[in-house]
Design a protein around this ligand. Structure first.
Ligand SMILES: [Zn+2]
Ligand SMILES: [Zn+2]
Length: 190
């Protein structure tokens, strides 16, 4: 079978960002992908760190690493993934192939500061979506999530429990471990 890339193809999924389409990582926009040169209808909207200004990246070129390779770029900061050490002499505490997949083959999520990516069980987690104060209670029976809320991230628990909001000035981001299903929290402020 010849494989042809047409705009009627089902776009690829992302195991580390399973809700990427629902969360607006791509928008409907006709154009030509600058990585593969094909006419596409879905344009990546998130961050992409490269020397070149790149305007149009299609989901296929995010998923198969073409965009990262062609433009020598990354979607999320590799050293912002829990367990990746910025110092190469310090051993990593996370699967580095999977960390590379998060950085170069996974859409980033929208945040105030440079993305941070939570890890668990020695693997990067999947980013699930935004979370506010009222959503925290769903996961507080999980010890690692409770530790994130109770000062583990450097934020006061009382502040997070009252002021955390989805996409607000004090924004919460929910992650889930692909191995054990445990949840993790990331918080940043505008
Ligand atoms: Zn493309
Ligand atoms: Zn886990």
């Amino acid at each position: 079978m010849l494989s042809t890339s047409t705009t009627s193809e089902t776009p690829p999924g992302f195991r580390f960002h399973p809700n990427a389409y629902d969360l607006g990582a791509f928008e409907s926009a006709a154009g030509t992908c600058e990585a593969c040169g094909k006419g596409r209808t879905l344009r990546y909207t998130g961050s992409f760190y490269s020397v070149d200004e790149v305007d149009y990246i299609c989901p296929w070129c995010v998923a198969d690493g073409t965009a990262a390779r062609v433009f020598d770029g990354e979607f999320s900061d590799y050293t912002g993934i829990d367990g990746v050490s910025p110092d190469p002499r310090v051993p990593a505490d996370v699967d580095l192939d999977e960390a590379m997949e998060v950085s170069t083959r996974t859409p980033s999520y929208s945040s105030w500061q440079q993305e941070q990516w939570r890890s668990h069980c020695g693997r990067p987690c999947a980013f699930i979506g935004d979370i506010g104060a009222s959503g925290l209670t769903d996961y507080l029976d999980e010890p690692d999530f409770a530790a994130d809320v109770d000062g583990g991230l450097g934020w006061e628990a009382s502040l997070l429990r009252t002021r955390l909001s989805e996409g607000g000035d004090l924004a919460g981001y929910l992650f889930r471990c692909l191995t054990c299903g445990a949840h993790r929290l990331h918080v940043d402020a505008s």
